[in-house]
Design a binder for this molecule. Structure first.
Ligand SMILES: Nc1nc(=O)c2c([nH]1)NC[C@@H]1CN(c3ccc(C(=O)N[C@@H](CCC(=O)O)C(=O)O)cc3)CN21
Ligand SMILES: CC(C)C(=O)C(=O)O
Ligand SMILES: [Mg+2]
Length: 795
């Protein structure tokens, strides 16, 4: 059997599976289908918890019942689009739309490139061009016009233009909220949707499983959370971070404090935004102080949290610190966790937030400097506590409606040319990438840096970096950090220095020896002094050979990339998980190459040391190795990433070979592969029982094909351990236990930005949702009361 991704399950099939020469496409499908079988699944219920969780999620089970969309794809063209035979329908307001995915996936005709639709792929296929164009024209006009007529307002128009929301199409699409109607609250579709990611609306608590929704808590009660990431060195220490527990955050999560934890809270939608006037409790005194004081500000991401604490450090300790934050801020208390709900909406209240909470401390006002302040502030607050009674306040950020408009952020101005669209790159296939590159500094700058890195002595960062640093810390000049210095210092420094500095991060670096020296030394990710100037695939292998564990995080934008990079995270993944963590889709299936490239570019541009890997989204590589090549090249050229990741087992070996032979490092991804969610039949652990052998074979085949690392998602710990021993390249686990060579988490999960049901393998190290909720609430309150801006903010 083939299975693509999962072939794991198959034992003997292995051979069969091996696709012959590159023509994997079809096969994959076939295979996938087979997957449906339940494999070991059945038995699982009991033990794992996965099942349980599922149950808890109630019907959430993604697959089948989803009202949503994905299914449309599977079925073929979206029902409603009569006129749209195919791509054409892409209404394309803006060129961008190329995506028009709706129907296309299914389509056979065009070969390879589903995804890329948008831009006629330069490399490939010719065919497309015409195809799309035609379609667009037709579709667009019609669609748009109609839409306009309907009276859309400006905002809407914008929306329409968005590639994602072609008017005509949209309306019909099951996935998205209709443009016009802000179905805001939870987008209609979502509600029902089982997707774990779906933001739960305020009202949606239901989704959560019994357990509390997230299940998180429940599930992982745990005591020992093994999983957390063993930070590099110490890893064993598992608990360390424990602190976390301490922090509450974690605990929250784990405990489910709230009941379920986060969930519970959520349910109660809080009162809408508080009337400022009253105040925010805090407002009063707060004024300046409060706000900042809360630490919120300070906490801010940078501060405590992440950076400071050091994610990097891994689980460990540092983090905990972070907790502090959380709690400190009240957040915790507030937790955003609990309360927070997904954004979508009303989450309302989030408990947190509230103002009240805030106030507590007093803070510093200052603007919170990030970092430094961060921690401290946090702590301060802590004292205060969690403040945030959730209820209190008015927290609620104005519910976010996610009216369609917002969500898909379609940033792009509608340029019309198709391609040009999104990226801004010219559509012209032949166009020179270099020249196309929009910005001046980005890619180029980075690369230069890289080069230097290789050169041992280099040091100071280049101008670009400096700029970046400055930007980050207003006020700071090169040297110092502004008020709060901590972070800044780091930032400012050159890349090299930065590393070192990386503040807080002291994490566990591996004691390992750093072998190499300067530039390339292989070193522990967490140890500032030992970090390579730029992580390269050989460094990762060195880490494995030395037994040093490391952490990977997703990143989708500049700031998070900078923070994680400075925290010592050696690899940043611009995952297709941006679909549900950036664009608001319910699964990763809908995100396109054109949507990911801008994000990847931001991350690649911002990361100084981290190796940046981009996920090849669904439909952009399965058709053939050539398609994979073209898509990968786009990410390398247009975004500047250093490697790509694709999902699948033996069936994608030809693609892996093609890429690696072409000089493109490939990170493989097996076990539960989200892009094949529908063929797999939901979010399930893969590789149990009989499937184990197949999964191992997949890993071995991928490593032999040249993959420089292999992500193991939702794989039994013992199987992951075995694979880790069997292949020479690093294994990166997510729901694969503690014996993989590295761990990866989606940053919003790790930092507590999102709420809603959380996969069992997630450990939350901060409560950004709570922090931001409180910050926004306080800010709004101060504006309302006239506290802000104050004299010092006035020119
Ligand atoms: N925010 C976020 N976190 C992720 O880990 C993530 C994404 N997004 N998007 C892409 C993929 C999808 N992934 C997922 C998503 C959901 C589950 C999940 O619901 N797991 C359940 C198990 C359910 C079952 O076994 O039936 C769990 O409890 O962990 C797992 C992996 C991992 N990735
Ligand atoms: C969860 C990780 C491995 C991923 O593929 C993503 O974020 O897209
Ligand atoms: Mg992915």
């Amino acid at each position: 059997m083939v299975d693509n991704f999962s072939s794991a399950g198959t034992n003997g099939d292995a051979e069969d599976e091996l696709p012959a020469p590159y023509g994997t496409g079809p096969k994959n499908r076939t295979t996938e289908e087979q997957h449906r079988s339940e494999y070991g699944y059945a038995g699982d219920d009991a033990g794992d918890g996965w099942r349980d969780r599922a149950t808890s999620l109630d019907g959430l089970d993604p697959a089948p019942s989803l009202p949503n969309a994905p299914r449309s794809y599977e079925r073929g063209p979206v029902p409603q689009q009569p006129y749209v035979p195919k791509p054409p329908f892409l209404p394309g307001p803006p060129p961008a739309e190329d995506r028009g995915y709706p129907g296309q996936y299914a389509e056979p005709q065009r070969a390879p490139q589903y995804d890329e639709p948008t831009r006629p792929n330069q490399y490939d296929e010719s065919a497309r061009p015409g195809y799309y164009d035609a379609g667009r024209e037709a579709g667009r006009d019609a669609g748009r016009e109609a839409a306009r007529e309907s009276g859309r307002d400006a905002g809407r128009d914008r929306y329409d233009e968005s590639p994602f929301a072609p008017s005509a199409y949209q309306e019909q699409s099951p996935f998205r909220p209709q443009p016009g109607q802000p179905q805001t609250p939870p987008p209609a579709p979502q509600q029902g949707r089982p997707s774990p990611f779906a933001a739960t609306g305020p009202g949606e608590p239901q989704r959560r499983g019994p357990e509390g929704g997230n299940g998180v808590p429940a599930h992982r009660p745990g005591p020992p959370q093994p999983q957390s990431g063993p930070p590099p060195a110490p890893r064993p220490a598992g608990p360390p971070p424990g602190g976390n527990g301490a922090n509450g955050l974690t605990q929250h999560g784990s405990n489910g404090t709230s009941g379920n934890g986060w969930n519970s809270a959520a349910p109660t939608p809080p009162p809408p935004p508080p009337p400022p006037s009253n105040g925010l409790p805090s407002s009063n005194g707060l004024s300046s102080s409060s706000p900042s004081s809360n630490g919120l500000s300070s906490n801010g991401l940078g501060g405590n949290g992440l950076a400071g604490n050091g994610l990097g450090s891994g689980s460990g300790s540092g983090l905990s610190g972070s907790n502090g934050l959380a709690s400190g801020s009240g957040l915790s208390g507030s937790n955003g966790l609990s309360s927070s709900r997904p954004g979508s909406q009303p989450r309302g209240s989030q408990p947190g937030g509230s103002p009240s909470g805030s106030s507590p401390t007093g803070g510093t006002a200052a603007g919170g400097s990030p970092v430094a302040g961060g921690p401290s502030s946090a702590q301060q607050s802590t004292g205060t506590q969690p403040a945030v009674p959730a209820s209190s306040a008015p927290t609620a950020p104005p519910g976010r409606q996610r009216p369609p408009a917002d969500r898909p952020a379609p940033p792009q101005p509608p340029s019309n040319q198709s391609n040009a669209a999104v990226n801004g790159y010219p559509t012209d296939p032949s166009a020179e990438y270099e020249s196309n590159v929009p910005e001046s500094r980005p890619i180029g700058a980075r690369r230069r840096a890289d080069v230097q890195q290789d050169a041992p002595s280099q040091v100071r960062a280049e101008a670009p970096i400096a700029h970046r640093a400055r930007r980050a810390q207003p006020g700071v000049s090169d040297a110092g950090t502004p008020a709060t210095a901590a972070p800044s210092a780091t930032e400012r420094t050159s890349a090299t220095e930065r590393t070192a500095t990386a503040p807080t991060n002291s994490l566990p670096s591996a004691p390992g020896s750093s072998t190499s020296g300067a530039a390339g030394a292989s070193s522990a990710p967490g140890d500032p002094g030992k970090r390579p100037r730029k992580y390269r695939i050989h460094h990762l292998r060195d880490l494995k050979n030395r037994g040093e564990k490391w952490a990977m995080l997703t990143a989708y934008d500049q700031y998070t990339a900078e923070i994680f990079d400075e925290a010592g995270i050696p690899v940043l993944l611009v995952g297709d998980s941006a679909a549900n963590n950036v664009y608001g889709y319910e699964s990763t299936l809908r995100v396109t190459v054109d949507e990911l490239i801008p994000l990847a570019r931001a991350v690649a541009t911002a990361a100084q040391r981290a190796l940046v890997v981009a996920d090849l989204p669904f439909g952009s590589y399965q058709a053939s190795p050539e398609q994979a090549f073209h898509t990968a090249v786009r990410f390398m050229k247009e975004a500047g990433v250093q490697a790509v990741k694709l999902e699948g087992g033996r069936t994608v070996v030809p693609a892996v070979e093609k890429l690696t032979r072409s000089g493109i490092p490939v990170m493989a991804h097996i076990g539960f592969t989200p892009q094949s969610e529908h063929s797999i039949g939901g979010y399930r652990v893969q590789g149990r029982g009989d499937q184990a052998a197949g999964l191992i074979d997949d890993a071995v085949a991928l490593a032999e094909a040249g993959a420089f690392s292999v992500v193991l998602e939702m794989v039994p710990g013992d199987v992951a351990a075995e694979i880790s021993k069997r292949i020479p390249v690093p294994t990166i686990g997510i729901g694969a236990g503690r014996d993989t060579d590295a761990q990866v988490l989606v940053w919003q999960d790790m930092a507590g930005l999102r709420s809603g049901p959380m996969p069992r393998f997630v450990k939350q190290y901060a409560d950004l949702r709570g922090i931001l909720t409180q910050a926004a609430t306080t800010y709004a309150a101060e504006v309302a009361t006239g506290t802000f801006p104050a004299d010092e903010h006035t020119f």
